[in-house]
Design a protein around this ligand. Structure first.
Ligand SMILES: *[C@@H]1O[C@H](CO)[C@@H](O)[C@H](O)[C@H]1NC(C)=O
Ligand SMILES: *[C@@H]1O[C@H](CO)[C@@H](O)[C@H](O)[C@H]1NC(C)=O
Ligand SMILES: *[C@@H]1O[C@H](CO)[C@@H](O)[C@H](O)[C@H]1NC(C)=O
Ligand SMILES: *[C@@H]1O[C@H](CO)[C@@H](O)[C@H](O)[C@H]1NC(C)=O
Ligand SMILES: *[C@@H]1O[C@H](CO)[C@@H](O)[C@H](O)[C@H]1NC(C)=O
Ligand SMILES: *[C@@H]1O[C@H](CO)[C@@H](O)[C@H](O)[C@H]1NC(C)=O
Length: 610
């Protein structure tokens, strides 16, 4: 869809809250975070621009899906952002779109496990949809028709299916990242999956008053602390693999991991009124200061990837969730209001200021610290800017409801149906193999093997190499058989077959969507442990060692030869939360921030290109 260029001046000129400069090209949002009118006017335009990527409400579009390359989960997160938009602005223009999107993706057993997503769906993906319907219940978002699944029942279904997946066989507990056993990342237990489950459990406890949900939240918290994913400095680290019993912790801190635990801790504090939860909440909130940089250390930054221009498509949206959840906790733990608001206000002003991109001159970029549009647009960037803008007026809005206090959403404690405990997806392409299928399976095997071989050739090609692809292919003889086998065994070859290369040009906005590359390839994390285990320092980006001739999967194009994509010098350790003493066990770098190669890449279901 091509957006009609529009000077965003006329309407705003009427509102005194916006500065409209003489030239449309330099017009920028001048947000007054203390003015409800300024916040709602600007958020409205940000929402409109965010939805310029969405086709689910148009003829031929699928409700609840964003176009490639966006993953399914982000559409769920976006529905949550639109519920927030309605809650804050009272503008119900998108309510139909939201309801349709949320209901279309529920799947056969009304639990957000639709068949179309079984190749890529993780617990975190399902969790984001669950958190969105939970918000719908808490904000009394208009209920679906009576013959349709209801918000609370859907949230309970997500919870029930996940509780049944709690895995005590490895690392003494926790949810795996992936739901289905053959998916890349099934052997990874990540903090965000636990965070979604924890926050959902805590919120369900608060909403329904049912202690079982709180028990699960406590169990999840205890496990997170037990495996050190929440460490003694209150850092929420990304996750670890089941192989080494969750000891190979990926040391990076992302805003959404911390945000999810903050949200759940606030709900648990409100539910229990126990000072233990208040202490946990306050410490986690204090810990988020690592994410605020800029001249006054008050502008939200995705520190693990943003300063080095390495945020992948998912990561470009994370600030939306920390913004959303820092605002939400001020209702359940009102004492946090004075603590978090200065950060949210400063971040909102900075975020709005840099929204000068695209043909309409108001698309938001990724970085809020530079006062300048960074040419990096997308759904995540719009969502983050919108959420942080909205957060400024949280005080004007009512608290979330509960069953006893104003809630109207119908629950269904046993929901989730036959998906409870399922780790083998159903669906036409996944029916059990019978004798009649074996011939087909043999053919499929050959096709897959050919695909993997083609994929391997591609994955070992170095885009930055001066050699032609054929020269490079010949030099593959230098690779050890073990390296190739490792890639093949790990599925890296097949994944690479689907990989996207380089930067995408966004036809809609004319902007380059930076740093989106090859998210399908899990290989850098899963198959290159020898280079991944070296410590990461702040401001440095990993590069492959001499023993590994392959370009790392999410390096920006041209890295490391193009000096313009080198680590930014503005990323200084002074901005990072001071840590008292060094880790004695030596398993983690002292920083806890850095680039993100250690994180397994999502499997990709299909070859889809724009
Ligand atoms: C908004 O209000 C807060 C609290 O009253 C105040 O500290 C802050 O300076 C105000 N910000 C602006 C930009 O007016
Ligand atoms: C699943 O995919 C099919 C084919 O693309 C599409 O028609 C259908 O609407 C999708 N369903 C969901 C829930 O996205
Ligand atoms: C694995 O990790 C869990 C959680 O940290 C721990 O309780 C358990 O003892 C460990 N098991 C082994 C065999 O090390
Ligand atoms: C409380 O939640 C648990 C866990 O989902 C469920 O099994 C139980 O039926 C619920 N109890 C009530 C009274 O709803
Ligand atoms: C719990 O949340 C309610 C609703 O926002 C609030 O009024 C109450 O003060 C909170 N309780 C605590 C202990 O902070
Ligand atoms: C954005 O792109 C324009 C045109 O390509 C370029 O002139 C400008 O320097 C870029 N800005 C940044 C911050 O990269």
């Amino acid at each position: 869809m091509v957006r009609v260029p529009r000077w965003p001046g006329w309407r705003q000129a009427a509102t005194a809250s916006l500065l409209v400069t003489a030239s449309p090209l330099v017009a920028a949002y001048n947000l007054d975070p203390n003015s409800t009118e300024s916040v709602t006017t600007i958020a409205k335009q940000m929402a409109e621009d965010m939805l310029s990527w969405y086709n689910g409400d148009k003829p031929g579009g699928t409700p609840g899906l964003l176009p490639d390359p966006y993953y399914w989960w982000e559409a769920g997160a976006m529905m949550g952002a639109l519920i927030d938009y309605w809650y804050y602005t009272k503008d119900d223009s998108y309510n139909n779109l939201i309801t349709k999107g949320l209901l279309f993706q529920v799947g056969d057993t009304n639990d957000y496990m639709p068949r179309n997503q079984t190749l890529t769906e993780g617990n975190d993906d399902q969790g984001f949809w669950g958190l969105s319907v939970m918000s719908a219940a808490e904000y009394n978002f208009p209920n679906p028709p009576a013959d349709k699944p209801q918000w609370l029942g859907l949230a309970q279904a997500v919870f029930n299916t996940q509780a049944a997946r709690w895995d005590t066989k490895h690392c003494n507990g926790g949810l795996r990242w992936q739901i289905f056993s053959w998916n890349n990342g099934y052997d990874y237990k990540n903090s965000i999956s636990q965070a979604c489950f924890f926050a959902l459990g805590a919120r369900l406890a608060l909403y329904t008053g049912n202690q079982s949900y709180a028990d699960w939240a406590v169990k999840t918290w205890d496990w997170m602390v037990g495996v050190d994913f929440i460490d003694k400095y209150w850092r929420v680290l990304d996750g670890a693999h089941t192989g080494p019993n969750c000891t190979d912790i990926t040391p990076y801190q992302f805003t959404y991991n911390a945000g999810g635990f903050i949200l759940g801790a606030a709900a648990m504090y409100n539910y229990t009124e126990d000072p233990v939860w208040k202490d946990r909440l306050d410490n986690l909130v204090e810990g988020t200061k690592v994410f605020f940089t800029g001249p006054n250390n008050d502008i939200m930054t995705e520190v693990a990837c943003e300063p080095v221009d390495r945020c992948n498509l998912d990561q470009q949206s994370f600030k939306a969730y920390l913004s959303r959840w820092l605002a939400a906790i001020t209702k359940w733990a009102p004492h946090t209001y004075e603590v978090v608001m200065p950060y949210l206000r400063a971040s909102a002003v900075a975020a709005a200021k840099q929204c000068t991109g695209g043909k309409n001159g108001r698309l938001c970029g990724l970085k809020w610290t530079t006062d300048e549009f960074d040419n990096n647009t997308g759904v995540g960037q719009q969502m983050a800017a919108m959420e942080v803008t909205l957060s400024c007026i949280i005080k004007d809005r009512g608290p979330p409801v509960t069953n006893d206090k104003g809630g109207t959403s119908k629950g269904n404690p046993g929901s989730g149906g036959s998906d409870v405990g399922r780790n083998n997806p159903k669906g036409p392409s996944f029916k059990a193999i019978t004798a009649g299928d074996t011939a087909g399976a043999a053919i499929l095997t050959v096709v897959v093997l050919l695909g993997m071989m083609a994929g391997m050739v591609w994955i070992f090609l170095d885009e930055t190499s001066d050699k032609t692809p054929m020269q490079q292919v010949r030099s593959f003889h230098n690779l050890t058989a073990a390296q190739i086998a490792a890639v093949a065994a790990g599925g890296g070859g097949a994944a690479a077959f689907w990989k996207r290369r380089g930067e995408d040009y966004d036809e809609k906005t004319g902007a380059t969507v930076g740093s989106i590359s090859e998210r399908s390839s899990r290989s850098s994390a899963e198959n290159n442990m020898m280079i991944e285990t070296a410590p990461v320092r702040i401001g440095e980006v990993r590069n492959q060692g001499a023993s590994n001739p392959r370009r790392l999967s999410n390096m920006p194009l041209g890295w490391p030869r193009n000096p313009s994509v080198r680590a930014s010098s503005t990323f200084e350790s002074g901005h990072v939360r001071p840590i008292s003493g060094t880790d004695l066990d030596g398993t983690r770098p002292s920083s806890g921030t850095g680039s993100s190669d250690l994180i397994p890449k999502r499997p990709r279901a299909t070859v889809r290109r724009r």
